[in-house]
Design a protein around this ligand. Structure first.
Ligand SMILES: [Zn+2]
Length: 419
């Protein structure tokens, strides 16, 4: 495998404060010991860097440090997550994975003539298309193909622009390209995805992963809200369409789905797993924030100063809910009335905090509203600065154990290892 290939299975493991790389990598090593290679990708968006006050060089250093510490001799990547032309520059020297976010350009009108030209170049998109792995053939009328082209061509062209911008600076084949269209309102249909992939091939983008939008809500740090059956249908259909596209167009044969999970979509993992086993397809799973919440859980578990920090982070988050949730408005659903007032939590023990925070839907004390709020409250920890890092260092073993176990047992095992 050449160094710029992602492999069949890969996992996006964001690490907000750059302290848990080794603990995260250990989970990948445990999978490897069971015979399954999962490529780790440390992803961080411009938004996250801005909120934490970090930069891509520290992200790169943290990844390299973890890899050295564990003597990991398999591929790994550092992902400039959700970048645009406006934000990509500082990532260029340090990243070898770029997630081109073109959701904003979806629906930006292109001339009808341009869409017509595209469809004329792709007569194969129209009509009755038998796609291996789909129960029914795709039926795409010329009008539907035209509508899809008009809706998505501008976004794909923009992806082409960003891709070429990066390629000119980093060189061909020196990085992995992902195209993300997940942060938008409507899921793409299988037919639309096929049109998008044809357009991506036309643009000459060697995309290895594509992140479409799925039905339902992918709220931060909590389970999927929606119809799991519908999700499974979309996921399986997308796998089939991607395979069809890689056989039809000049696209990397390893192109696979990327699922921006927002962490902890536990109810979807068995469904994804079943579809992957059935089709032999791989997947890239982005699940970034779950590690930061394990840091908090580790601090709560440790008691003392660690627990005090959890209290303070919650108190500040409660009063700054508006500010903290604004950048994530589309991906959280917090019912304020379900949040305990901070005054009511001052006496909470470690156990009470853990039961409210840790994602265990069967526990009657689990509070998904509190968990979502804390998921976006890492800005508060960033403001604590050295004090936060010192607390992490003081509870290093507890936190690391939680980070590894959480990733391995709750994410990697059900999605990549279960039979
Ligand atoms: Zn995303």
């Amino acid at each position: 495998m050449s160094p710029q290939e992602l492999g069949l299975y890969s996992i996006g493991i964001g690490d907000r404060f750059g302290q848990q790389g080794a603990a995260q990598l250990r989970a990948c090593r445990m999978a490897l010991e069971q015979g399954v290679e999962i490529t780790p990708v440390w992803n961080k968006s411009h938004r996250e860097h801005t909120i934490v006050g970090s930069d891509p060089s520290t992200q790169r250093n943290a990844a390299d440090r973890a890899v050295a510490e564990l003597s990991w001799n398999r591929p790994y990547f550092v992902d400039a997550d959700h970048i645009t032309l406006a934000t990509v520059e500082p990532f260029l020297p340090y990243c070898d994975f770029f997630t081109l976010d073109v959701a904003e350009d979806i629906g930006r009108a292109v001339e009808r003539a341009e869409a017509e030209t595209f469809i004329s170049r792709h007569p194969e998109l129209c009509g009755r298309l038998a796609v291996e792995g789909l129960d029914d053939p795709l039926e795409i009328t010329r009008e539907q193909a035209l509508a899809a082209a008009q809706k998505y061509l501008a976004a794909v062209r923009q992806a082409g622009k960003i891709y070429r911008f990066i390629r000119e600076r980093k060189g061909q084949d020196s990085f992995v390209t992902e195209i993300s269209m997940d942060e938008t309102d409507n899921p793409q249909t299988p037919a639309e995805l096929l049109v998008i992939l044809a357009a991506i091939a036309d643009e000459g983008i060697p995309a290895q992963t594509i992140a479409p939008k799925f039905s339902g809500r992918f709220n931060k740090g909590v389970d999927y809200v929606g119809d799991p059956e519908q999700f499974q249908k979309e996921f399986s259909a997308d796998i089939a369409v991607i395979r069809h596209a890689t056989r039809t167009y000049p696209l990397p044969s390893a192109l696979k789905l990327s699922v921006h999970s927002g962490s902890d979509k536990f109810s979807l993992y068995p469904l994804m797993r079943a579809a992957m086993v059935r089709s032999g397809a791989g997947v890239h799973l982005k699940t970034a924030g779950t590690t930061w919440l394990e840091e908090l859980a580790g601090l709560a578990e440790a008691g003392g100063e660690g627990l005090e920090i959890v209290r303070e982070v919650y108190r500040a988050a409660y009063s700054r809910q508006q500010e903290l949730t604004a950048p994530y408005a589309a991906v959280i659903d917090i019912r304020h009335e379900n949040l305990p007032h901070p005054d009511a939590t001052t006496q909470w023990t470690s156990e009470q905090w853990l039961r409210a925070l840790v994602h265990n839907p069967r526990d009657p004390l689990f509070n998904p509203d509190l968990r979502q709020l804390l998921h976006v409250a890492y800005k508060i920890a960033a403001e604590l600065g050295q004090r936060y890092l010192d607390a992490l260092a003081a509870c290093r073993d507890q936190v690391a154990r939680r980070v590894t176990t959480n990733l391995f047992e709750r994410h990697i095992r059900p999605l990549f290892l279960s039979t």
